[in-house]
Unconditional design. Structure first.
Length: 285
């Protein structure tokens, strides 16, 4: 029997991180103390988190000619990159990230090649999906709704991280989602889409930063506190949390085990600078 695969339709970005004393307000000009470029994008970060958590992951995405470092980095992490397509005349996705002295962040994103993904890209990737596989997606690429439909037609389960929580989310077939993962801000904007009455196969994950995380299932709720750590950078905390949680779900861990493991991984992540580089491996978790 083939091992289930997590197919991640996800963004691939070059993250340009500016260290600032505080997040800039409208009309304000700030002097940054440093600039560092990292491989990133919610999709790429989640693929790396899944791989480091021990899952089999296939990344579905697009890059420009300037994005080779992203494909190479994911491949080095053990991610299957056969379905990352290069577009020679389109820039790779970009993220401009401000990180302040408290470790909080503000992010501006240019979709670039992430906005050129087609349903045919997804269909090609899912053609040989083993039984029990999942589609994971966020809201930083094109073809999200179509991908959900294609995945469900092929018997895959769907995990959805609706970030950014903008109006596009309302056009997606939310009723097909098996696992929602969102933070309190996203839940506040989309609470009418997130099911209140869950089926036996549905779960909702709510991350609360320093307040820990909650898991809602048909058989009840589970709340676990965050670990107390010195925060350096929260950029990839949510991506790390989801990657570890979904990997644990596919691996058959109990609800409490996978939630605790995800919280622990996110706690380690926020003690380090950067996005992808901050995600811990299983030996640390």
């Amino acid at each position: 029997m083939s091992t289930p695969v997590i197919y991640n339709l996800g963004s691939l970005n070059l993250d340009r991180v500016f260290r600032v004393p505080h997040i800039a307000s409208p009309g304000e000009t700030l002097a940054a103390s440093s600039l560092t470029t990292y491989p990133g994008g919610k999709g790429a970060n989640q693929s790396v988190a899944l791989a480091r958590a021990g899952a089999r992951v296939v990344h579905i995405g697009r890059i420009g000619a300037d994005g080779q470092m992203l494909r190479e980095r994911l491949a080095a992490e053990g991610v299957d990159v056969r379905h990352i397509v290069e577009l020679p005349d389109t820039p790779t996705g970009q993220a401009i990230i401000q990180v302040d002295n408290e470790g909080q962040n503000s992010i501006v994103i240019l979709a670039g090649a992430n906005g050129e993904i087609t349903p045919a890209d997804v269909e090609a990737a899912l053609a040989d999906a083993p039984a029990g596989s999942w589609l994971l997606t966020q809201n930083e690429t094109s073809s999200v709704g179509e991908a959900m439909q294609l995945a469900k037609q092929r018997g895959l389960k769907i995990a959805f991280n609706p970030a950014p929580a903008d109006e596009r989310v309302r056009s997606y077939p939310a009723e097909l989602v098996d696992l929602w993962c969102l933070n309190e801000t996203e839940h506040g904007r989309l609470h009418d889409l997130v099911p209140r009455k869950l089926s036996a196969d549905q779960e909702v994950l709510l991350t609360r930063g320093a307040g820990g995380a909650a898991l809602w299932r048909a058989d009840g709720e589970l709340h676990l506190p965050a670990e107390q750590v010195e925060v350096v950078d929260t950029t990839a905390a949510g991506d790390t949390f989801l990657g570890y949680y979904l990997a644990g779900l596919v691996a058959g861990l109990s609800a409490e085990e996978r939630l605790a493991r995800a919280i622990r991984a996110a706690a380690i992540c926020v003690t380090r600078p950067g996005a992808m580089d901050s995600i811990p491996g299983t030996s640390e978790v």
